[in-house]
Design a protein around this ligand. Sequence first.
Ligand code: GLA
Length: 694
Amino acid sequence: MPVLIRENDWVLETAHTAYAFGVTPGGLLVHTYWGARLTRAEDYPTPADLASWASFSGASHGMQEEYPAYAGTKYTEPCLKTTFADGVRDTVLRFAGAEILEGDKPVVRVTLRDAYYPLEILVCYRMHEQHDLVERWVEVKNTGDTALNLERVFTALWHLPWGGQYRLSYVYGRWFDEWQLHREPLQAGVKALESRRITTSHQSNPWFTLDRGSADERQGEVWFGVLAWSGNWKLLAEVTDTNLTGVAIGVNDWDFTWRLQPGETFATPSSLAGYTQGGFGAASRTLHDYARSILPHGLKPHPVLYNSWEAVFYDVSESSQIAVAERAAQMGVELFVMDDGWFHRRDIDNAGLGDWWPDEKKFPNGLQPLIKRVNELGMGFGLWVEPEMVNTDSELYRAHPDWIIHFPTRDRTEMRNQHILNLGRADVQEYLIDLLDKLLSAHNIVFIKWDMNRNASEPGWPEAPGDQRELWVRYVHGVYRVWKTLAQRHPQILWQSCSGGGGRVDLGMLQMVDQYWVSDNTEATARLGIQEGFSQAYPAITMESQVTHMGSPLLPLTFRFHVSMLGVLGMSVDLLQWSEEEMAVGAEQISLYKVIRPLVQFGDQYRLLGAQGRTYSAWEYVSKDRSEAVLFAFRTHVREPAHTPPVYLQGLAPTANYTVEGYDEVRSGQAWMNIGLRIRLGNFESTVRRIKRV
Ligand code: GLA
């Protein structure tokens, strides 16, 4: 339970951390503490009002308000900006009460009310005690009888301890080059990261860490957080003129207005944040544990899969897929996924999207014979769909050209020859639910790859129920509704979120999906860095990683397998072209993966030597009971004379004894962690070593 120190003054204590806030005598909800859990509850600071010291900024300007609105003489980034019906754009929020909802994960709900207008904000905090995380969101309610406009409604402002010099870590990139890590000192002013694309985006991800500039993978204070939202988002990291640092995060206010009707509530998505002294590695592991705790299918091993895309692209057919499926089964593949190209008139990317029934030429007898054969071979069957999209050349577009996102007076810009269906519309949602439900009900399908291959343009909605700019949020709600409805009706299906690679990876997606496609770039040396970036916030069990032809012949097949074994192993190659020798290597690697899979998918991950900017990298996964671990090391190209770094293991029980494959001696965990291992590898070589407690 939260500790109530004084009246209206709360401390959310988790296993190792504390997050505190309270109400000042003047009625403002302010932040008081975020960091290590203190031993004496009475030591947590008391909320206080400040005196104004210059006529250019008011008193609240220098205060760490938990949910500041744009009002008065405060000039820092607010969480809320509204315009009332009479044109007033100043929102004066005052404390109006609070309640604690008890339960496994208690919630503190603080009510703020505008001093004049009928507007109520519930600022909500949920404690995830065992995961050392605090979750925040707000619910904004119009309690009056006239509509008002919300122009910014962020989820949270996370305040850092006052006066620090912080460094921000984030990921940045683009299609085929997602997840590149950046670390930079925060300077005075605002650093913004965002998506304006309708999805989470390839460019960045709603994840952040802040440290004092000296944290590394193993140690140091780190404050970190994520936003569970799959559409436009914004993160503003601000260092104010009074040297306060905070990270505001939420739905993007770019091109956003929500007309809040009388009696209506707008609920934001959640943000989760935590604190650790164990560096970036511990921050990631905290998020990994949390993400695994909310996976729709729980802690069930994810299957080794085969995917047809990189093998044959659109050229799928019953006989060619059966031929490949037979080879895949022979190697130990557990799930056979047919990618793009299977549906009505889909020969290339200019037709078919929207018409989700089997192509009559490629599958004259429907999908049943293929699925039957795949099942006989002992594999589950999965399918690719891209429900949010439509090609102009499709039955769907011909019937409903007005269903796409568009402005009537503007061009309808195509990307990859396709348009985005307006999933904010109830009729579009119903159409998709109905059609996809039929497809899933008629076939034995256990896996769906749900793709999304373009970003928004001309974001119009002529018949919008409220302000047209609500599209950005209503669209995401629509995607969630369609997807969740299908997921509930077909609980056996494991869903993958893909958006041309890693364009829609976020915690919001985990309401439906168990894994993500991380990047279309499957070249294994590039992939090492991409996977390192992805792993900052998301666990290996959600990271689909496939061996493809990319990187061949320079990169040995084992190297490509080892890279993919860092997550959920898959293959997307034309197995009919593989020699018997390659088939044997594949079979051997798949059986090794099945042995180490519990460690990779359920264990603690340690980035021993990160791959970005390095030519020699190493990863370790340790079982929760620390009885077993697995070490991966990769050398890409190191110029001569090659000095490869030592590898220091982590996460072992210091006093227990272990063996490491390839070494004769038995050593204590402490010794293995303190004595660097030299693992000799040539260029483009890799190794997987099992570690066991004896
Ligand atoms: C996207 C995906 C690929 C593949 C193709 C199919 O690019 O990221 O994996 O499914 O679409 O068109």
